[in-house]
Design a protein around this ligand. Structure first.
Ligand code: ZN
Length: 211
């Protein structure tokens, strides 16, 4: 399986890191070993002094697909969840400056924790979840809070774009980008990621304690 991630997919997040608004999706991959296994602790790696949280909606692909048209994209996933695209921001900044890939900054073991996934109704696409709100708290204080409607490239556009390059396979995950408010986590922090529907009810939840 592949873990495909989208960078700079919310305008305010691109701005907070002094990046231009992209004209095409910014794409990178994480290795499968970045998944944080259940009951495993999350450790800050020795290589970094600045690990940031990035809360993201994650789409789980359930059908083989290539060159998927946007109007059919919702047929290629039945489940969505929440993920955290943990990022060693110091290593990423160094790589960006040198024109090198972000792989190391994004790829440490455990850098992609996931919430439980839940089924969406078959006809529903992520675009129909525009009013859903992504939230991220550290020690009870809100750091990130944004509606899915603020994505620059919506799920159908992402699936079209990605499937023009990669064959999408069942089990592939698409991290759809993070809103503004990313910040550093340190050992002892208690993190809570939530997705809330338009009534404010929590549909997905992921708790992480930083070791
Ligand atoms: Zn991200």
């Amino acid at each position: 399986m592949k873990i495909i991630c989208i960078g700079r997919n919310y305008a305010k997040h691109a701005e907070e890191l002094n990046n231009p608004i992209p004209e095409e999706p910014v794409v990178f991959l994480k290795p499968e070993t970045a998944l944080l296994l259940k009951k495993h602790p999350f450790f800050i790696p020795e290589h970094s002094n600045e690990v940031h949280h990035e809360v993201e909606l994650v789409i789980k692909i359930n059908r083989l697909g290539k060159h998927i048209e946007p109007r059919f994209a919702h047929k290629y996933y039945t489940e969505v969840g929440l993920g955290i695209d943990f990022t060693a921001r110091d290593l990423q900044a160094k790589a960006k400056q040198a024109g090198k890939p972000w792989t190391l900054a994004k790829g440490f073991d455990g850098f992609a924790p996931l919430s439980p996934f839940s089924a969406k109704p078959p006809a529903l696409s992520v675009e129909d979840m525009a009013d859903y709100q992504l939230q991220f708290q550290v020690n009870g204080g809100t750091r990130q809070s944004e509606k899915l409607s603020q994505m620059l490239f919506n799920a159908s556009e992402l699936i079209q774009y990605l499937s023009s390059v990669f064959t999408l396979q069942p089990g592939d995950l698409i991290f759809t980008g993070t809103p503004s408010g990313v910040s550093q986590v340190v050992p002892g922090d208690r993190c809570l990621a939530e997705l809330k529907d338009s009534d404010g009810s929590t549909t997905h939840r992921l708790e992480i304690v930083i070791e």
